[in-house]
Design a protein around this ligand. Structure first.
Ligand code: ATP
Ligand code: MG
Length: 381
């Protein structure tokens, strides 16, 4: 029976499987490899993944996302509290001090734990895998952030169990990407030779993680890891949205921050703009029709503006990179290369910071989006 690898991302999940001598990332029912970490409750049904994300704006209060950050945490945890007033769905404290997620499902008010919501998403990923390989799936390897505590790891295991998946192993996200690197490199040093030191940087939706790994043929050792669990693409989106909220308040007399639907639409648009700015340094337009109070809004931005608005976030990126280098006790000459994965490492300013700290232009040997899931699939292949 096949073992699947799951990258459980805060925004996007990927499923991969090792078979016929290779690794395959599996498409979902929308022919996409990325399945959004979204679970939505409706009057008649529950929808998951792509379908859930697609209906988010019209079912705001019952569309749950970003729940990876709540797993194994208490309600009064600062990371949870940071989100409580920001997300459009309601988060409550459960009787035992945990996180409860409120939603109306089939006309009834319900409170779900993050484990239950994650389990719902896992059933979707399991189904995707079973459809992709045309066989039943039971065993899996799931990736977790390197900074996940025991409680967080236990909560993830519970979620997988509820969904009917048996977790053979949890593996750290950067370690999974490193495994992927090791398997494809035919020219690694012999086991007794000086290892090749490669830095892996993963900056995704909610977090940035960095590891320095020492590779020999058939051998991988993680020398040091650092992370900022509160620094990822979502923070750049929030910084951009905050900027436009101020502008729109004075320009149009509207306050998107107090209108959850408008704010959600704004987040979607600034995320698109952010991605365009990664590829293009010129001035780019942002426009939303019938945004609030039947007003159309428009503005523009260029990459330099974005870098200025996000300067404090970029400073934090540099701190995480530098900490990993310092902790590894290696000199720049000891570092062979830096591999980048995760959607947010496409931001040019982040690539420049990597180059500044490690003295190497970041390489993209790995598939930036799929490397973590593929590493998970390799782990038990
Ligand atoms: P995490 O690893 O934090 O749990 P994740 O694995 O779901 O989250 P990824 O899929 O690696 O996250 O990355 C998603 C993030 O990358 C989003 O915030 C998205 O906006 C951002 N992103 C994707 N492409 C680009 C791009 N071209 N430029 C800038 N940001 C991008
Ligand atoms: Mg990720």
């Amino acid at each position: 029976m096949s073992v699947i690898g799951i990258d459980f991302g805060n925004e996007s999940c990927f499923v991969a499987v090792a078979r016929a001598g290779g690794i395959e990332t599996i498409d979902n029912d929308y022919s996409l490899r990325a399945t959004p970490g979204f679970v939505a409750f409706g009057e008649r049904q529950r929808v998951l993944g792509v379908a859930a994300k697609n209906q988010a704006v019209t079912n705001l209060k019952n569309t749950i996302f970003g729940f990876k950050r709540f797993l194994g945490r208490r309600y009064d945890d600062p990371r949870v509290q940071e989100d409580v007033n920001k997300v459009p769905f309601k988060i409550v404290q459960t009787e035992n001090g945990g996180v409860g997620i409120k939603a109306t499902y089939l006309g009834q008010d319900q409170v779900y734990t993050p484990e239950q919501v994650s389990a719902m998403l896992f059933t979707k990923l399991k189904e995707t895998a079973e459809h992709g390989i045309q066989a039943k799936v039971h065993d899996c390897v799931i990736s977790v952030p390197s900074y996940f505590t025991d409680a967080e790891r236990r909560a993830l295991l519970d979620a997988a169990q509820i969904s009917g998946l048996h977790v053979l192993r949890l593996i750290n996200e950067t370690a999974a990407a490193a495994l992927c690197y090791g398997i494809y490199k035919q020219d690694l040093p012999e086991p007794d030779d000086k290892p090749r030191n490669v830095v892996i940087v993963d900056c995704g939706h909610s977090a940035i993680q960095v590891s320095v790994c020492a590779f020999n043929k058939g051998k991988l050792k993680v020398l040091a890891s650092s992370a900022d669990p509160n620094l990822g693409g979502r923070n750049f989106d929030a910084a951009l949205a905050g900027h436009f909220c101020v502008e729109f308040r004075s320009k149009y007399g509207i306050d998107p921050e107090n209108n959850p639907r408008a704010y959600m639409r704004l987040l979607t648009e600034v995320e698109k703009l952010k991605k365009q700015m990664s590829a293009n340094a010129t001035k780019l337009p942002l426009g939303i029709e019938c945004f609030m109070e039947e007003k159309d809004v428009s503005s523009h931005m260029c990459r330099a503006d974005f870098e200025q608005i996000s300067a404090s976030l970029f400073q934090r990126v540099e701190v995480v990179l530098q900490k990993c280098l310092d902790d590894s006790k290696l000199t720049l000459n000891d570092i062979h290369s830096v591999e980048i994965v995760g959607g947010s490492t496409r931001i040019p300013a982040i690539k420049l910071l990597i180059e500044k700290v490690f003295g190497k232009t970041p390489s993209t040997t790995l598939n930036q989006d799929e490397a973590v899931s593929r590493g998970c699939a390799l782990q038990c292949a």
